[in-house]
Design a protein around this ligand. Structure first.
Ligand code: ADP
Length: 634
């Protein structure tokens, strides 16, 4: 049974995984774009929240350090006013004698040492230094005119003088606190204390803190980073610059602007600034970004600015961004993998369903075909039964035919048989009569010879009748025949006709065992040779009969040929038809050839006819061999 190829075809096209070119082309760049976008968003959000957190903690730090600076400054606030209480100071201002000056100088020297300030000095109302703690030093302020100093101008007007500047004598920066010394409601002089604030800077540096303090002019007066010191935090106009230069507040410093590379205002007093990296800040980057938080310092017009580096924050934000991008990539990968797996499972399910469907179809077809086969098998069995019955019937008919043919042959031969038997009978009668007479005469020799001849004649007659009996008897189908024996038997039966016709017989075959019943072979040969003798009956000159044999593969070919008149073309096709005869009256039944052909076919051979060029007819009998032929010539 052939399988239906359609049963095993693949899953239906709708269920198969379709390569969607567009999706496959667009998906990777889309994922990469989303990765970059989300990574950047993650970076920005992380940066924003980090800045918020940082600015909160920076706020607290700023507050703390502002307090520190304020307390450092306020330590000295009241010191200049204390000199009002010192009588020697007022005496000196009232009477600037050498003795008074020495007294005040020594007093100021001691006070300066105890207060750890840089210098303490007293100016008269004209701005000239009348006494100073550094009176012993070579660069002593003594006698110097400091009336141009703003702190003097403020103090002499009765206002507190606060001033950061660079000393005009020493060139050393310091914080100046001045106080107008009053006596009876009148300013008689000005007390000034100069303090150094480097301690604050050192403390910042030790704490690795980046901060600076800018004064009322926007000039950085204190800075953890020395490179930023005395730079202006806001642009200065040329006028202001000139004014400041003239006041010598910052000595001859150029007061360049501290220009950040980038500046972004984030809120009140909070901005993001980027500077070129200074040598002090050891970093691989060329730029450094800070969160700059600024607030006012109490009791001064100064601002303190705290710089918190954003490097770590940015690095952390970048890491967060990368983490987000990575997480997205992982998620995208998992989603794609999940989707692919889902599709594969769907395809497999579809394929399994298709296979199951194909299987059930196949089973259905097998069941149908099995039923069909069973039916045709039954039909075949029926046909075989019928055929066997037909064969049986045919066989019986054949047997009947053979029998009928034999009887017909006997009928045909009856004349010749009678002739055959009458002759010896007549001879017997004559011989027996003669023998009686010879016995009466006493001639025993002749009588003995006659009796011997009688004996031979009786034997011959017995043989004739025995042949006839065996021919007429229903043949036992032993399935094996001897060619030589069969030819001899037939020739014996036809001996008288052969003799009478004067036919010259040629035997050219070997003795072989053939797969056919002996009597059936004899029957066939009797028909063929008998027909030949019939045909040669009217042959005037040299009638001849050839019995020739030859091997043909596993068969033996027996050819019965005569040189008779042959067969008219119009009769040739009817030769093997039953009851076809050209013989007149009772002579022909038209069964001989039909019967012979049927016997040959039943034995697995066949009977055919040939018409030789030389004339006559050749009947060719082909029969299967039992054993390999014996190479014995006849
Ligand atoms: P029947 O001998 O009774 O006629 P057959 O079937 O034996 O029946 O022969 C059929 C016919 O074939 C014969 O009548 C004869 O005309 C023809 N026939 C057979 N053998 C020969 C032969 N050797 N030569 C010529 N004709 C023949």
């Amino acid at each position: 049974m052939k399988c239906d190829p359609n049963l095993y075809r693949g899953a239906p096209p709708s269920l198969a995984v379709k390569p969607r070119l567009l999706r496959h082309l667009l998906l990777p760049p889309l994922i990469i774009l989303l990765m970059i976008g989300l990574g950047y968003a993650g970076y920005r959000i992380s940066e924003h929240f980090s800045v918020v957190t940082l600015s909160e903690s920076g706020e607290r730090q700023l507050e703390l350090h502002a307090r520190t600076v304020e307390s450092e400054l306020s330590k000295y606030t009241y010191l200049p006013s204390l000199l009002e209480l010192e009588s020697s100071v007022s005496q000196l201002l009232a009477d600037p004698t050498v003795q008074n000056r020495v007294t005040v100088n020594q007093y100021l020297e001691g006070l300066n040492r105890r207060s750890r300030s840089r210098a303490i000095y007293v100016l008269d109302t004209t701005g000239r230094v009348v006494a100073t703690s550094n009176w012993r030093d070579s660069d002593s302020y003594l006698g110097e005119d400091l009336s141009f100093r703003a702190y003097f101008k403020d103090a002499v007007r009765g206002q507190p003088g606060r001033f950061y500047g660079i000393g005009s004598t020493t060139g050393e920066p310091g914080y100046y606190l001045a106080h107008g010394l009053e006596e009876q409601g009148k300013i008689i002089g000005v007390a000034v204390i100069k303090v150094r604030l480097e301690a604050l800077e050192e403390r910042w540096q030790r704490a690795r803190l980046e901060a600076y303090v800018s004064d009322e002019n926007g000039i950085i007066i204190l800075s953890s980073d020395p490179s930023r010191r005395l730079k202006s935090v806001r642009p200065l106009t040329a006028d202001v610059k000139e004014q400041l230069a003239r006041s010598l507040q910052y000595y001859w410093w150029p007061l360049v602007e501290l220009q950040p590379l980038e500046r972004e205002r984030l809120g009140e007093g909070v901005e993001k600034v980027t500077f070129t990296a200074s040598n002090e800040i050891m970093t691989d980057d060329k730029e450094v970004s800070y969160l700059a938080q600024t607030r006012k310092l109490n009791d001064t017009p100064w601002d303190i600015t705290l710089l918190t580096p954003l490097q770590d924050l940015r690095r952390a934000a970048a890491n967060q961004g990368m983490l987000v991008a990575g997480a997205f990539a992982l998620l995208a990968f998992l989603l794609i993998a999940w989707n692919e797996r889902r599709k594969v499972i769907a395809t497999r399910l579809a394929a399994r369903e298709a296979l199951q469907e194909a299987n059930s179809q196949l089973e259905r077809k097998i069941t149908e075909r099995t039923a069909h086969l069973r039916a045709s098998n039954e039909r075949l069995k029926g046909q075989i039964r019928e055929r066997r019955q037909a064969e049986e019937t045919l066989r019986r008919a054949q047997d009947e035919l053979v029998q009928a043919g034999k009887l017909a042959a006997i009928g045909q031969m009856s004349t010749s048989i009678a002739h055959e038997l009458n002759q010896p009978l007549a001879a017997l009668r004559t011989l027996s009569g003669n023998t009686v007479r010879f016995l009466e005469r006493g001639d025993l020799t002749v009588a003995t010879n006659n009796l011997s001849t009688i004996n031979n004649l009786v034997d011959r007659m017995g043989r004739i009748t025995a042949n006839l009996r065996s021919f007429a008897r229903r043949g036992e189908d032993l399935g094996q025949a001897n060619l030589n024996k069969a030819v001899d038997t037939v020739l014996q039966l036809l001996a008288s006709r052969l003799e009478a016709s004067g036919v010259e017989l040629h035997r050219d075959f070997i003795d072989v065992a053939l797969k056919i019943d002996q009597t059936r072979l004899e029957q066939i040969l009797l028909n063929l040779i008998g027909n030949a003798l019939d045909a040669l009956q009217d042959q005037p000159t040299a009638p001849q009969l050839w019995l020739e044999g030859a091997h043909s593969e596993d068969k033996y070919r027996i050819c019965v040929r005569d040189n008779g008149p042959g067969i008219a073309p119009e009769n040739r096709k009817h030769l093997f038809e039953p009851f076809f005869t050209t013989k007149p009256g009772e002579q022909g039944l038209g069964l001989g050839l039909t019967l012979s052909a049927s016997l040959a076919a039943a034995a697995g051979g066949n009977l055919g006819v040939e018409f030789p060029q030389t004339g006559g007819v050749a009947f060719v009998l082909l029969l299967p061999l039992v054993l390999p032929a014996k190479a014995e010539p006849i």
